[in-house]
Design a protein around this ligand. Structure first.
Ligand code: E4P
Length: 217
């Protein structure tokens, strides 16, 4: 499973990238607003840092305006994936922009039907939002399973980009289901390293090493 980082925090991306944990980056208007930076500038900086796809989202709502914004975003760098919302106009924009050779990430997906439409419109990525479904007492992971089944039934090549990930558990569940990509904030990716038995075991090893005066360098 590929890891995308769901942030516009350039320092956090760089830290994870050095460890080989970054296969791509996702942003959205809320993330860009939080960064306090100009969308074109910060996106360019991220594209220079990361080899994989960097999703940059349009803010228009009608298809023609989304296409114009998408074309401008795509000019930032070769690794831009233009992100469009899963609306009828977003699907129209997806069809045009992907037809022009751009990567397109269709976002705000909350059903298998929406995912089916995005695949038929030529999406490179479909972004089902797990956490926001869980927030309203629905099962976000079940949606990932459903989309995996639908795409596999018909051999769609659109990649499932599990989004709105809130916990390390979401990451391992997505990997088990077979999501192609999971995008998560840096703190969630780091939390994947944590285990209480690792902490307990390490404390015991260090105590024994101290008692036995083990020195290596
Ligand atoms: C994905 O592309 C979105 O940017 C993101 O995962 C949304 O996450 P949230 O629901 O935690 O805001």
């Amino acid at each position: 499973m590929k890891f995308f980082v769901d942030t516009a925090d350039v320092d956090a991306i760089a830290e994870l990238n050095e460890l080989g944990m970054v296969d791509g980056v996702t942003t959205n208007p809320s993330i860009i607003a939080k960064s306090g930076r100009n969308i074109l500038e910060v996106t360019k900086e991220i594209c220079d840092l990361v080899d994989g796809p960097v999703s940059a989202e349009v803010v228009a709502v009608d298809a023609d305006a989304m296409i114009a914004e998408g074309r401008k975003l795509a000019k930032i760098a070769d690794n831009i994936a233009v992100k469009v919302p899963l609306t009828w106009d977003g699907l129209k924009a997806c069809k045009v922009l992907s037809g022009e050779g751009n990567m397109v990430n269709v976002t705000l997906c909350f059903s298998a039907n929406q995912a089916l439409l995005a695949a038929k419109a030529g999406a490179t990525f479909i972004s089902p939002f797990i956490g926001r479904l869980d927030d309203i007492n629905l099962d976000g992971l079940e949606l990932i399973e459903d989309i995996r089944t639908v795409y596999d039934n018909f051999g769609f090549e659109t990649q499932i980009l599990a989004a709105s990930i809130r916990s390390a558990n979401h990451m391992s569940e997505c990997a088990k289901i077979g999501a192609d990509v999971a995008t998560a904030p840096p703190n969630v990716i780091k939390a994947m390293a944590n285990h209480v038995l690792t902490d307990k075991g390490l404390a015991a090893f260090l105590e024994d090493a101290k008692k036995a005066d083990i020195k290596i360098v």
